[in-house]
Design a protein around this ligand. Structure first.
Ligand SMILES: O=C(CO)[C@H](O)[C@H](O)COP(=O)(O)O
Length: 224
């Protein structure tokens, strides 16, 4: 499968949100990555349902919704009704993870579990078969523009080996500090979906950056 690019709306210009959404619509990007932060699970607050609904109104690509919140079960149905295609909950925020995953699926969305940088992938062994995707955080969640944590590459390789045995259809998504400089390493390790915020929206041409991140030949030239 060719890898997917999911630009993170968190790095868009919120004063020109419609413009930036349309920019992603007409680019080679595959999904919109939508970060929901509650100020409790992570030390930052992003946005809630009104903005999510505004994104949905203009977006023509699937919404990949990353819930960085405590008690996600209370909100899953509303996020799916607001247009989520994929719902990601954090392993660290879910006491009854199996039940939470069933709640996402019963609501009609695909189900993903995110792991903070310190959480080992092996903890997902008994739930992997129920998941559509695992999101490996390559920064501590809460803010865009942070440095990629190199240990992530080893986690991706270990998760890939687990998925070959337990769930060959599983997608592996990575989020945080991703740019053209580490794209080749991430793909080589086994990543399927790359989330990028500042590396896309802070460039002169976000659309060209996305095209470059999709092109294996361009990616190889940028490897450090
Ligand atoms: O989930 C996130 C932060 O918690 C963001 O999606 C992520 O950090 C993307 O930003 P950048 O590419 O600038 O690191």
């Amino acid at each position: 499968m060719k890898h997917l690019i999911a630009p993170s709306v968190l790095s868009a210009d919120f004063a020109n949100l419609q413009r930036d959404i349309e920019l992603i619509n007409s680019s080679d990007a595959d999904w919109f990555h939508v970060d929901i932060m509650d100020g409790v699970f992570v030390p930052n607050i992003s946005f809630g349902f009104p903005v999510m609904e505004a994104i949905r109104k203009y977006a023509t690509k699937p919404l990949d919704v990353h819930l960085m919140i405590i008690n996600p079960d209370e909100y899953i149905e509303r996020f799916v009704k607001a247009g989520a295609y994929m719902v990601t909950v954090h392993y660290e925020a879910c006491t009854h993870l199996h039940k939470t995953i069933q709640t996402i699926k019963n609501a009609g969305a695909k189900a993903c579990v995110a792991l903070n940088p310190h959480t080992p992938v092996e903890l997902l062994t008994d739930i992997l078969g129920d998941l559509d995707m695992v999101l490996i955080m390559s920064v501590n969640p809460g803010f865009g523009g942070q440095h990629f944590i190199p240990h992530t590459l080893d986690k991706i390789r270990r998760l890939k080996a687990m998925s070959v045995k337990l769930n060959p259809d599983l997608l592996i998504e990575v989020d945080g500090g991703i740019s053209l400089l580490n794209t080749a390493d991430l793909l080589e390790a086994g990543a399927d979906v790359l989330v990028a915020g500042s590396a896309i929206f802070s460039t002169a041409s976000p659309a060209k950056t996305i095209t470059a991140m999709k092109d294996v030949n361009v990616i190889k030239q940028h490897t450090i």
